[in-house]
Design a protein around this ligand. Structure first.
Ligand code: FES
Length: 166
């Protein structure tokens, strides 16, 4: 390889690294696998009183490293009116994990204060609300007669907001 071409290649790689300063390269590689979102039991409605939440892994693989990936972490919410919602827990700003705060009935990011509406998953305050994509990916939920809750696919691209920031 000629020196100029070699330098171009090195500069290209360092450019890629430079645009992802907060994500270790190992995490970056893990989170860019494509998931197959199969149907998976994620809980039972009787364990979730109105105004509560559960954090779950989806899709579960049985591999602790893969299952620990933040991009596999989701919130299952039972809103005060009894309805169920489920969203990716990855903030659309810089990928911190968000959580549901029942006392304020909102989804909050501890890093830079983004707030999401739990009814829609849309960021309503903070840096995530200023991005091109401001809606958390939503899990399609099914509830069986015995109260078992299943996840069956995700609508949206996890972490897309950071990539699509304007
Ligand atoms: S990472 Fe959530 S507001 Fe910045």
């Amino acid at each position: 390889m000629k020196r100029r071409k070699f330098l171009k290649t090195v500069m290209g790689i360092s450019g890629i690294l430079a645009v992802t300063p907060f994500v270790p390269i190992k995490d970056y590689l893990i989170t860019n696998v494509s998931f197959e979102f199969t149907r998976q039991k994620i809980g039972n409605i009787n364990e979730l009183p109105p105004g509560s939440r559960k954090i779950y892994t989806y899709p579960v693989t049985g591999n602790p490293e893969l299952d620990g990936d933040p991009f596999r972490k989701f919130l299952l919410l039972r809103l005060p009116d009894g309805s169920l919602k489920s969203y990716s827990a990855v903030c659309l700003h810089l990928w911190c994990l968000v959580d549901y705060k029942s006392e304020r009935n909102q989804i909050e990011c501890p890093c830079h204060g983004s707030i999401y509406d739990p009814n829609t998953g849309i960021a309503i305050r903070g840096p995530a609300s200023l991005q091109f994509n401001k809606t958390l990916p939503e899990v399609k939920i099914e509830v069986e007669e015995n109260g078992d809750i299943y996840a069956n696919g995700v609508v949206g691209v996890i972490g897309y907001g950071k990539e699509g920031a304007v």
